[in-house]
Write a protein that binds this ligand. Structure first.
Ligand code: ZN
Length: 112
């Protein structure tokens, strides 16, 4: 049976100007230098996540089916202001009774 795609991609520089300086990342470096964040801590200006659901047919998906979950950690370029995805990931979750669109607890999005 076909399964949702699982991937994790990192983008190291701005797609507009190729700078590697980013707002959240620079702020996080300060926190690490002060000892107020651990070395493996990652922070994003915002996170986008969800599962692609077509509400017209979602109720027809059997409970227990694997459904895709998508995730993107965003940051802002300090040299040109472009907002872009630093990390994108896709995983799968078992459909249960409840609200879809949340990442499973063991879904890792940082290097830790
Ligand atoms: Zn830039």
């Amino acid at each position: 049976m076909e399964q949702p795609i699982e991937l994790k991609l990192d983008f190291t520089d701005c797609p507009n100007c190729h700078s590697t300086r980013r707002l959240a990342e620079e702020a996080t470096k300060f926190m690490k230098k002060k000892g107020w964040a651990l070395e493996d801590f990652t922070y994003y200006t915002h996170i986008i996540q969800g599962t692609p659901t077509d509400k017209r047919v979602f109720s027809k998906i059997p409970i227990g089916s694997s459904i895709p979950i998508i995730w993107a950690g965003m940051d802002i370029c300090l040299d040109c202001g472009t907002v872009y995805a630093v990390r994108v990931a896709s995983s799968k979750a078992q459909l249960t009774i409840g609200t879809p669109g949340k990442l499973p607890p063991d879904f890792k999005t940082s290097e830790n």
